[in-house]
Ligand binder design. Structure first.
Ligand SMILES: N[C@@H](CCC(=O)N[C@@H](CS)C(=O)NCC(=O)O)C(=O)O
Length: 224
């Protein structure tokens, strides 16, 4: 139950995992009141602060809008800082924030492959995605190991980096796999026991219980 004087939130996004999912999971883990709106598109594009989604509306206790913000990264960091998923220490926070940029690079590389026009370009894009994915998995595995191999990237409780990384695997293994099943040929052989433990740990997190499986069971996908 959220505190009586706590703000509530509305997330505007599309009905996909995408850029909305880290925000959904942050709001869920924060245990605040929140709902989701799915605007008609493109009719409602011009009503958004920057013409894109996600948009987060924070409301006062009487339900009136108090603060409106767009840009997924800014929304995430705003919520993560308020609700304690990013540490106050700037260096420790920067280590978690860099994970977001790494995730963005790997996802962008895969989108580049999906959009490649020629066979030659497709091959080159797939190679650079594969190399980047390898590096990402290696770095992630080291983070988990040096954090005591408890299935968390940083510290001993659910963090911003955990949420972003989990959503990354979900986008790859569930969302993109619908359109490009071959993604699994790249993803699965690279999944280390540490990363698999990480995925299971996030999906078992009591703070996320209300929402984490709504967009699909990733533990089942990676262990299939
Ligand atoms: N930099 C923005 C990009 C937002 C963005 O491109 N959102 C997409 C959905 S994931 C969108 O609104 N597409 C519809 C459009 O641009 O008309 C962010 O991170 O929020």
């Amino acid at each position: 139950m959220a505190a009586a004087n706590a703000p509530s939130y509305t997330l505007r996004y599309f009905k996909v995992i995408g850029r909305g999912e880290p925000i959904r999971l942050l709001l869920t883990a924060a245990n605040v009141e929140w709902t989701e709106e799915h605007p008609k598109w493109p009719q409602e594009k011009s009503n958004q602060p920057f013409g894109t989604l996600p948009v987060l509306i924070e409301k006062r206790t009487d339900g009136s809008p108090d603060f409106v913000i767009c840009e997924s990264g800014s929304i995430e960091r705003y919520l993560a800082r308020i609700y304690g998923f990013l540490p106050a220490d700037l260096k420790q926070a920067a280590l978690q924030e860099q994970v977001r940029d790494q995730v963005t690079d790997v996802v962008t590389a895969f989108v580049g492959y999906m959009e490649a026009a020629s066979e030659e370009d497709k091959k080159a894009k797939l190679e650079s995605f594969d190399e980047l994915l390898d590096r990402f998995m290696t770095v992630q595995t080291k983070h988990i190991q040096s954090n005591g191999n408890t299935g968390r990237l940083f510290g001993d409780s659910l963090s911003y980096a955990d949420i972003l990384t989990y959503v990354f695997y979900k986008i790859m293994g569930i969302e993109f796999a619908k359109y490009k099943p071959e993604i699994m040929d790249y993803l699965k052989p690279k999944l280390t026991p540490e990363i698999i433990k990480f995925i299971f740990t996030v999906e078992a997190e009591p703070k996320l219980a209300k929402n984490v499986l709504k967009s699909g069971n990733l533990s089942a996908v990676v262990s299939a």
